[in-house]
Ligand binder design. Structure first.
Ligand SMILES: [Mn+2]
Length: 241
C-alpha cells in the first residue's frame, strides 16, 4: 500500500511517536505515563520499528493492534529487501540484522507479513486539517503533500521518502524562530517525520514539518540532551506530551 488514509477518530486522541527501533517495552511505559486508552486513542509511529533495540519481533504483534499504525522506515524496508520483497535500492542498513538469526521461520514469516503491509505515507484527518506522516521527508521539489503522495508510485520517490535528510538538515541549520517560519508544505496542516535523530534530543521544525525522533530507542547516555521518546497529540503538535 502506498498511502494509508485513516478515518477521523472522534472518540479519543491521535498520538504520534518517533522511531521505535525494537524498544516496545519502553514505549509501553510511555503509554502508561500519558494514560493511553487503547479503546479510544490511536498511536502512530514514524517508522523504523525494527533494529537496534532488543524487541524487533514484537513489531508484528503491535501492528496487529487496531489502535497502532506505522509508516515504512528505511530499516523496515531493508528487512523487506533481505526477504526479496524490495529492490536492491533498499539494500542499506543490512548490518543491523544479526537479531534475525534468533527467529525461527514462523516468526520471520509473521514479521515479514506485518512489515510488508506498511504504507509509505499515512494521512490522518484532524480538527486542524489533514496531517501527513512519512518516515524521512517530503523532498523539496514537491509543491504539496498531494503532489508528493501522487508520485509515490515511483521507486525513487519512495526511497527518498524513507532515507533523505536534506529537509531535516535544513531544519537543524535554520535557527529558531526562522525554521518555524519556513515556507509550509501546502495541502496539509502538519507533516510528521522520524528518521533523523534530533540534535539535543528535542523535536525539530521547518514550517509545518516536524521531526520527532528524539532517540527514545537509545540505551546509552547522550552527550547533549536526554534521549527519550517524543509523543505528540495531533491536536497540538508543538507541545509534546
Ligand atoms: Mn530511519
Amino acid at each position: 500500500m502506498l498511502v494509508l488514509r485513516l478515518e477521523a477518530n472522534p472518540r479519543g486522541r491521535d498520538l504520534v511517536i518517533g522511531d521505535i527501533h525494537g524498544q516496545f517495552s519502553k514505549v509501553e511505559r510511555e503509554l502508561e505515563r500519558i494514560s493511553f486508552d487503547p479503546a479510544r486513542d490511536r498511536l502512530i509511529c514514524t517508522g523504523d520499528l525494527v533494529d537496534r533495540g532488543p524487541e524487533s519481533p514484537l513489531a508484528a504483534r503491535w501492528l496487529a493492534y487496531d489502535w497502532f499504525h506505522a509508516v515504512m522506515g528505511n530499516h523496515d524496508a531493508a528487512l523487506l529487501h533481505r526477504w526479496g520483497l524490495l529492490s536492491a535500492k533498499f539494500e542499506l542498513w543490512h548490518d543491523h540484522h544479526g537479531w534475525l538469526q534468533d527467529l525461527d521461520a514462523a516468526e520471520q514469516q509473521r514479521l515479514c507479513a506485518a512489515l510488508r503491509k506498511l504504507p509509505w505515507a499515512l494521512e490522518v484527518p484532524t480538527a486542524q486539517g489533514l496531517v501527513g506522516l512519512v518516515h524521512a521527508e517530503v523532498p523539496e521539489r514537491f509543491a504539496s503533500w498531494q503532489a508528493f503522495v501522487a508520485a509515490l508510485g515511483e521507486e525513487e520517490v519512495r526511497l527518498q521518502a524513507i532515507s533523505s535528510r536534506d529537509q531535516a538538515r535544513r531544519a537543524e541549520e535554520l535557527a529558531s524562530p526562522h525554521a518555524a517560519d519556513a515556507e509550509p508544505l501546502a495541502g496539509v496542516a502538519w507533516v510528521i517525520h522520524g528518521h533523523t535523530p534530533r540534535r539535543y534530543c528535542r523535536p525539530g521544525q521547518l514550517g509545518n514539518r516536524l521531526w520527532i525522533d528524539t532517540m527514545g530507542w537509545y540505551d546509552a547516555p547522550v552527550r547533549y540532551g536526554e534521549a527519550r521518546f517524543t509523543i505528540i497529540d495531533l491536536q497540538d503538535p508543538l507541545r509534546p506530551l
